[in-house]
Design a binder for this molecule. Structure first.
Ligand code: BEZ
Ligand code: FE
Length: 295
């Protein structure tokens, strides 16, 4: 609390906080009561600390209203806001506690689509997506080091234009798919080498980023969601080592452990599966460790 207000002003402000907090006294759901009471304390503390003006309060309401107006079943501006404020990553961290050497989780993002095409091990998810071919391979194991067979591995990524298939207006499905780990827990597929792209910045969140001098760019990445019976579902990405955006990813999604070497291969280099590839290609290895369900 600021020390520039009189004792009487301080008493009035603190009294209001307490009265609002007490309004939840009869709430019969203890968790809801805790959430609402704590939220009120933190919101009031913010307003009092910054001495919020009525004009700033109105701007905030205008911002949230605009976020509501642009939100529909495809565009979720409130999640985007949570992402750029680091709240999504904080919540993910709290809910995916470190467990042995289990692979770290990161943001889900808005571009996952249910019912992606199934591919066989070693096949390509790329379809018509533009980009340099990239061979992705690795293993899945549990926290005891045992292979996890039959895990469902969803993968999705942007193309070389920085767009996911759903951002093109031709209804394409490209650069996404799912596959299953084999009996030894291995997986492999062809995708495209990830490139950087901006989060959707044509709405209020984009305006806010511009106003505060922040870039909307995400570090280059490839999304994974891995689910297997008895294991905690892992939502993560891998990032490209050497990418200059690693330190400024606009949604704070980068974790050191998820930065991988994408090794560029010269045109004509033999491919792991004998596939003919025009021009250069890259390869990356990503071994995934799953934590047990319920941890
Ligand atoms: C993404 O990686 O797809 C993403 C994540 C958070 C916000 C916007 C996009
Ligand atoms: Fe993404």
């Amino acid at each position: 609390m600021t020390d520039t207000v009189s004792a009487e002003q301080e008493r009035r402000e603190a009294d209001l906080v307490e009265r609002v907090a007490r309004s939840f006294d009869d709430c019969t759901d203890p968790r809801l009561k805790q959430l609402m009471t704590s939220l009120v304390h933190h919101l009031h503390a913010f307003v009092r600390e910054v001495r919020l003006t009525e004009g700033e309060w109105a701007k905030g309401i205008e911002f949230l209203t605009a976020a509501g107006h642009i939100t529909d079943d495809k565009r979720q501006e409130f999640i985007l806001l949570s992402d750029v404020l680091g709240l999504s990553m904080q919540t993910i961290g709290i809910n995916n506690e470190a467990y042995g050497d289990a692979t770290e989780a990161t943001v889900f993002g808005p571009f996952f689509v249910e019912n992606s095409p199934e591919i066989s091990l070693g096949d390509s998810i790329s379809g018509v997506a533009s980009g340099e071919p990239c061979w992705v391979e690795g293993t899945l194991s549990d926290s005891d080091g045992q292979p996890v067979a039959g895990a469902r591995i969803e993968v999705w990524e942007a193309d070389a234009e920085g767009l996911y298939d759903v951002q093109h207006d031709d209804g394409r499905t490209a650069a996404r798919g799912h596959l299953f780990s084999d009996a030894e827990g291995r997986y492999s597929f062809w995708g495209v080498t990830p490139t950087p792209y901006p989060i959707p910045y044509d709405g209020p969140v984009g305006k806010m980023l511009a106003a505060v001098g922040r870039s909307p760019m995400r570090a280059s990445h490839l999304h994974f969601m891995v689910s297997a019976a008895g294991q905690r579902t892992l939502v993560t990405h891998i990032f490209v080592s050497g990418d200059e955006l690693l330190d400024s990813d606009t949604v704070f999604g980068v974790k050191e452990s998820l930065v991988k070497k994408f090794e560029r291969q010269a045109p004509g280099s033999p491919t792991p599966d004998g596939r003919a590839v025009d021009g250069s290609w890259s390869r990356v290895s990503f071994d995934i460790v799953l934590a047990p369900a319920g941890t």
